[in-house]
Design a protein. Structure first.
Length: 690
């Protein structure tokens, strides 16, 4: 076959820009969030939105947020790359273009990806080579909730939630036009592109518009031996890893003193190479219509009502080198959510506040073509949930529950190129989740949190009905239409200390699953594909499993004055084991330790970090141990005040200073030898707010 190459342009003269709004109004989420930028500190701290329907300033669950300068310096071309190495977060890394977040060893449909708290209907959980249709260039804030969030977001949030926040539907009044520009070029993939964001409003209206454009070349890596038919070849780039993406949005709201009502329309396009197949590219497109509103300060039993609806049309086509469309994946659906916040109730002198809500999702999935290993399906979920918080003198208690009904239907062989899915059939699952949490302020510096949850998750359409060759994993995958629902019990404990700029958090977690649905190798004879290759057979099976781990992160201000020096440290470790055999579960990140320093003097800031990742020897029998590595990364920035209240941030990054060859233990085994991590690279940029 002829290798298909994605078009390239010189990287030395083109820059990436992304505009974001400045001031206090942008990205406010009705009672919960105040806009933040690195160069314009807010008068009030932003309040976490994810898993926090009451807008509380303190949460019982562990949440990490990225915004402002911290997000600017971490931005990658994918969501997984941007979040990788946050506490408890790793990435699937199917090369530089498809990388989904993994939280505490959980991935796929156990991690809920949200956009402004609404579902991201796509096909990224079906296969690791499918990109998440959310570009970090247009994100202003990311919140990562670690641990079960099934009460508010459903069984697919049993491992955690990643919520990306923008202001495409403005939640608060806007005035004169505001914006910013982020200029970026270079890196291991020679990234370049352009983007824009602007907001304005008046007379009760608020308007938003954004657009972005991105191009990358094949990713440069340290020299490695790439497996090829009959042996290996020496390479310094990942073959077929270039990409080009663009998109944008228009949104507007009617805003009044006690609420808003708005809509947005956005589009996302991405064409990128598949690193597992030299001659295949994916053309991805996603269009979404969003509606959202809130009415606060109501009379009667309810204090506020919030609702949102999203209609999504997702499609991607896998194109061979000849230009022929091999397979087309489509996912079209609607998700809707309404929350009613009731008036506070006094119980024995303490205040009880909470929300009740309804949520529904309806998704129609189809896969047509020679590589379709799942039939057409329709998934319908409806749920009711309750979340309550009881304020105490030195802390609070939280508790709640969720009841969910899921119907997953298969079309069978109606559209299958080769009959193998059988007759049409439907499975229904009734699942329930409950949770209780507590927060105790031991004294002004020390805080203790604890959470206990029992969750249930319905099997997904591919866990039930898959039956075919999955090219991305180089295996034949088979679902189980008789699969029972997954059950888990989870405990999370954390102790936190804060004093001024100093803080440390030590957390531990444990999960015990019954019928944990995993893709496991079988003893069946290999299946021979059309090319004569013998492929192993994997099947989705329910097994007992346990997960446990620790997360430690802290900052110490070693030097305070006109200049400051901070020392940061992070460490996390996850162990995941099958309870029936004692064998490790696949693709679990090893122990990771990051030590960093941050020096600030006036407008100058310099940062250095050393990342040590241990060797991962706890792998199942069908995988091989993955070597450890140590990376050194440097970055610096310079802040410039401009006229009229505008400002600019110049920044530069030097990653993998030692040009160390490294492989990701959470990448699927068949792709890992083809896609090492990026080599030494230099990138720079300029971010201007106005």
């Amino acid at each position: 076959m002829t290798t298909t190459r994605i078009s390239r342009r010189p990287s030395a003269t083109v820059i990436v820009c992304a505009l974001h709004a400045a001031g206090a109004a942008p990205f406010a989420l009705a009672q919960a969030q105040t806009a933040t930028t690195a160069t314009n500190p807010p008068t009030l701290p932003a309040v976490t939105v994810t898993g926090n329907p009451l807008g509380a300033s303190e949460l019982t669950v562990p949440v990490t947020t990225l915004s402002g300068e911290a997000l600017v310096l971490r931005r990658g071309s994918t969501l997984g790359e941007t979040l990788d190495r946050l506490p408890g977060v790793s990435a699937s890394y199917f090369g530089p273009n498809a990388s989904r977040p993994i939280i505490r060893g959980q991935d796929g449909d156990r991690i809920r990806l949200l956009s402004n708290s609404g579902a991201s209907l796509d096909a990224s959980s079906l296969s690791n080579d499918h990109a998440v249709p959310i570009d970090p260039l247009v994100i202003e804030r990311i919140e990562v909730l670690r641990g079960p969030a099934a009460l508010l977001y459903g069984g697919s949030a049993v491992g955690g939630v990643v919520n990306t926040i923008d202001n495409r539907i403005p939640r608060a009044a806007l005035g004169a036009p505001t914006g910013a520009a982020e200029l970026r070029l270079g890196g291991a993939s020679s990234q370049r592109g352009a983007g824009a964001l602007v907001e304005a409003g008046g007379s009760g209206f608020a308007l938003h518009a954004d657009a972005f454009w991105r191009r990358t070349d094949d990713l440069e890596v340290p020299a490695f031996d790439r497996p090829v038919e009959g042996g290996t070849e020496r390479r310094t780039t990942i073959v077929n890893s270039a990409s080009r993406a663009e998109g944008g949005a228009l949104g507007g709201s009617l805003v009044w003193d006690h609420g808003y009502l708005g809509a947005s329309l956005d589009t996302y396009r991405n064409r990128y190479g598949i690193v597992a197949e030299d001659d295949v590219t994916i053309r991805l497109q996603r269009d979404k219509l969003g509606l959202a509103g809130e009415w606060r300060d109501l009379g009667g039993p309810f204090k506020a009502v919030r609702g949102q609806v999203h209609l999504t049309d997702y499609q991607h086509r896998e194109i061979e080198g000849s230009g022929e469309i091999a397979t087309t994946f489509k996912n079209r659906g609607t998700d809707a959510r309404i929350e009613l916040e009731h008036q506070p109730v006094l119980l024995g002198g303490v205040k009880l506040a909470g929300v009740v809500g309804l949520q529904t999702e309806n998704a129609r999935f189809s896969a047509l073509g020679e590589e379709a290993f799942v039939p057409g399906t329709r998934t319908v979920q409806t749920a009711a949930f309750l979340h309550e918080e009881l304020a105490l003198g030195r802390g609070k208690l939280t508790f709640g529950g969720r009841l969910e009904r899921t119907r997953v239907g298969s079309d069978g062989d109606v559209d299958a190129a080769v009959p193998r899915f059988g007759e049409a059939q439907t499975r229904e699952f009734d699942t329930g989740s409950v949770a209780v949490g507590g927060l105790l302020n031991i004294d002004p510096q020390w805080q203790l949190t604890a959470n206990l949850a029992s969750t249930q998750r319905a099997p997904t359409f591919y866990e039930l009905y898959a039956d075919g060759v999955h090219v991305a994993t180089a295996a034949y995958e088979r679902g189980d239409a008789t699969m029972a629902k997954e059950r888990g019990t989870h405990l999370d404990l954390a102790l936190q200390w804060k004093r001024g700029a100093d803080h440390v958090r030590i957390g531990a977690f444990a999960s015990r699953f019954g019928n944990y649905i995993a893709l496991l190798r079988t003893d069946e004879p290999p299946v021979v594909n059309d090319a004569g290759e013998a492929l192993p057979v994997y099947a989705f099976r329910g097994v007992g499993a346990r997960f446990s781990g620790v997360e430690i992160d802290g900052t110490w201000r070693a030097w305070a004055g006109p200049s400051t020096l901070d020392i940061d440290a992070r460490m996390d470790l996850v162990r995941a084991t099958r309870r029936d055999t004692g064998e490790p579960l696949p693709r679990i990140a090893p122990r990771r330790l990051t030590l960093g320093t941050r020096y600030t003097s006036g407008p100058w800031t310099g940062q250095a970090e050393v990342v040590n990742v241990a060797r991962q020897a706890r792998v199942p029998a069908d995988d091989t141990p993955v070597g450890g590595y140590t990376l050194v990364n440097l970055s610096g920035s310079y802040r410039i005040g401009l006229q009229g209240g505008s400002d600019a941030l110049l920044f530069v990054r030097l990653d993998n200073v030692g040009d160390r060859l490294a492989y990701n233990a959470t990448t699927i085994a068949t792709v890992r030898p083809l896609a090492p991590l990026a080599g030494r690279s230099l990138s720079a940029g300029l971010r201007v707010t106005f």
